[in-house]
Design a protein around this ligand. Structure first.
Ligand code: FMN
Length: 244
């Protein structure tokens, strides 16, 4: 298996130790680690080009696309970061800002992720939840989380790291794709309906049509159960009317 690790800590300490432990559990696999600090990604300048004209028009496209390509090639993604001022560190937030177009044009429907968040005492659960939500907006099929308060302790809470990593590993090896949550179906169909409205965002309309996602209640790689399929159909019908 091939795992891509994106580390949002500027130093190699608590978060790094969590990843190190996970790597030992994941065992005989290929790991590539991206230290966002070293990527030196300039701040998103809010030009809207990724949304309106396509992500390739982003002035920092080469740097961002290099990471996106690695996510495409990986069997699993690990995102690790500390809590800074009760949120993700700016390093990770800046990367997420550059990928906001993926909310409009989700693509990672067959991918699974593992999220590690370390903190002194607070904010870890909310930060892990935020990263989970971000990845699901990108289309991610399943996100496992281990948010840990390290406090002044010498050792990490290893049980939580081990449990999340083992579940993540088992799930990746199973090749099973999970049915989306209702919220995922709603967001998918919001952007699908936006792509067919009278005056769509050009880049979005092209993406939804060229991938043929526009004709599906959810990504066809995932076999929806009848309830979710019906829900997707109804959502698309309603959202088209609302957006019109
Ligand atoms: C700038 C900064 C802001 C932080 N903000 C918080 C915070 O809001 N809440 C908290 O409990 N810990 C906070 N911490 C502590 C870190 O989240 C914690 O020590 C973390 O485990 C560091 O991870 P690292 O060793 O991978 O850098 C902060 C640390 C720094 C440097």
């Amino acid at each position: 298996m091939k795992y891509l690790i994106i580390n949002g800590s500027p130093r190699k300490k608590n978060t790094w130790a969590m990843v190190k432990r996970a790597k030992a559990i994941l065992g005989d696999s290929e790991f590539e680690e991206i230290q966002l600090m070293k990527e030196k990604i300039p701040m998103c300048n809010g030009c809207f080009k990724c949304f309106m004209e396509g992500e390739d028009k982003c002035p920092h496209h080469d740097l961002i696309n290099n990471i996106i390509e690695k996510i495409r090639e990986a069997d699993g993604l690990i995102i690790a970061c500390p809590v800074y001022a009760m949120n993700v560190p700016a390093l990770l937030k800046n990367f997420f800002d550059h990928t906001a177009y993926l909310y409009h044009r989700p693509e990672f429907f067959d991918k699974k992720a593992l999220v590690f968040v370390s903190t002194a005492g607070a904010g870890h659960k909310d930060v892990a939840k935020y990263i989970d939500e971000t990845l699901r907006h990108w289309g991610f099929n399943k996100v496992y989380k281990a948010p840990i308060a390290c406090g002044g302790k010498e050792h990490l809470e290893t049980m939580e790291i081990d449990k999340a990593t083992e579940e993540f590993k088992k799930d990746i090896e199973s090749n099973k794709l999970h049915n989306p949550k209702f919220m995922d179906l709603i967001f998918y169909n919001v952007w699908r309906a936006m792509a067919v409205c009278e005056d769509p965002i050009k880049a979005d309309a092209e993406y939804w049509k060229s991938t043929d996602l526009v004709n599906h209640e959810f990504a066809p790689a995932i076999k929806l159960n009848p309830i979710k399929k019906g829900f997707g159909k109804i959502m698309f019908f309603i959202l088209k009317k609302v957006i019109k």
